[in-house]
Design a protein around this ligand. Structure first.
Ligand SMILES: N[C@@H](CCC(=O)N[C@@H](CS)C(=O)NCC(=O)O)C(=O)O
Length: 215
């Protein structure tokens, strides 16, 4: 039995999409980011910082999306270059780059969506994080120009990154990143991505775009 602990629209979408790409049977347990349940003892036993995703598999549980993605690709022997192969380092770089970008997105989510009253937000920090997101996203745009996928073929690194892109375009204008926008459209057209969306999709966002406040 594989059970994914999941919040729609969160980083657990990475694992949900990968499970669908791999065709592995799984159960979904859906949690809320805002009702305090992720800080309960049952969940903390699986994910000590109270974060999703957590994956129950092979008689244990695993936290950290990157660790789960590496575990699944090694277990199944696909959707990643094998350890020791020449492009393994490229795979690992992009798996972990996804968290570099996601951590900036998370800071912007907190400011734009979760932190209330709005006066509690730090506009200088929001501006700084928007610039940091632009720098990371420009790096991605340069890499993707003329490429279909992060590596020479579709891999679990694309599942890691896929989650970030919708969020990125809530804070940065899509038109400024044409290679990334085309990459996102290809990802979203994949049948496994659509199955993942149908099984556990959702969004934290209520606006298409979040402007920086004045100040
Ligand atoms: N590095 C971790 C980050 C996990 C993480 O922060 N997940 C968010 C959702 S995207 C979460 O569970 N947040 C709950 C909280 O901060 O209370 C991973 O990639 O799994």
């Amino acid at each position: 039995m594989i059970r994914l602990h999941h919040v729609p629209g969160s980083r657990s979408m990475r694992v949900l999409w990968l499970l669908e790409e791999m065709g592995l049977p799984y159960e979904l347990k859906t949690w809320s980011l805002t009702d305090g349940s992720l800080r309960g003892g049952d969940f903390l036993a699986m994910s000590p910082a109270g974060r999703v995703p957590a994956l129950e598999i092979d008689g244990r549980s695993i936290f950290e999306s990157g660790a789960i993605v590496e575990y699944l690709t090694e277990r199944e022997g696909r959707l990643a270059p094998a350890p020791g192969s020449p492009d393994r380092a490229d795979f690992l770089e992009w798996v972990h780059f996804a968290e570099t970008q996601a951590n900036i997105i998370q800071a912007l989510n907190i400011h734009h969506i979760f932190l209330r009253p709005v006066e509690a937000r730090s506009v200088p920090l929001m501006k700084l994080d928007t610039k940091r997101l632009a720098a990371a996203t420009k790096a991605l745009e340069r890499h993707l120009a003329g490429r279909e996928t992060l590596l020479d073929q579709f891999s679990a690194a694309d599942c890691m990154l896929g989650f970030n892109i919708d969020a990125t375009f809530r804070f940065l204008r899509r038109e400024q990143f044409p290679a990334l926008a085309a990459y996102a459209a290809r990802a979203q057209a994949r049948p496994a991505y659509q199955r993942a969306e149908a099984a556990g999709g959702g969004s934290l966002f209520s606006q298409d775009f979040y402007e920086l406040p004045d100040g």
